[in-house]
Design a protein around this ligand. Structure first.
Ligand code: HEM
Length: 84
């Protein structure tokens, strides 16, 4: 009879270990987006993409204008300005 408590203790199930919620590391894009605190203009994705391509073309145009200006290439300035 003295062995009964020992047998019961041996049959008891161990406490389940608590589930530790781990937050996954943000991706590089998520981390980059979190750094940008500006509020984007609310556009449909296709329109935002179209806008971005337009803006990128503007940057190329300005690069062409300033490069031509540095050379005093007025014809080049004129041609690069057409794309803006
Ligand atoms: C020389 C002229 C311009 C240059 C060089 C320029 C350049 C840029 C650049 C670099 C961006 C960010 C693009 C990106 O996220 O990759 C941008 C965004 C934008 N630009 Fe321009 N831009 C010019 C003129 C304009 C004009 C005239 C308008 C409107 C009347 C405009 C409206 C916008 C809008 C709505 C965005 C998106 C803003 C957002 O992220 O929510 N831009 N522009």
């Amino acid at each position: 009879m003295h062995i009964l408590p020992i047998l019961l203790a041996a049959c008891s199930t161990p406490e389940p270990s608590p589930i530790v919620e781990s937050t996954p590391e943000p991706t590089a894009v998520e981390a980059l987006n979190a750094m940008d605190t500006r509020t984007p203009v609310p556009l449909q994705p296709m329109m935002a993409w179209h806008q971005k391509q337009n803006m990128q073309a503007h940057l190329v145009a300005i690069q062409g204008i300033t490069a031509a200006l540095a050379e005093q290439d007025w014809e080049g300035v004129s041609q690069a300005s057409v794309t803006i």
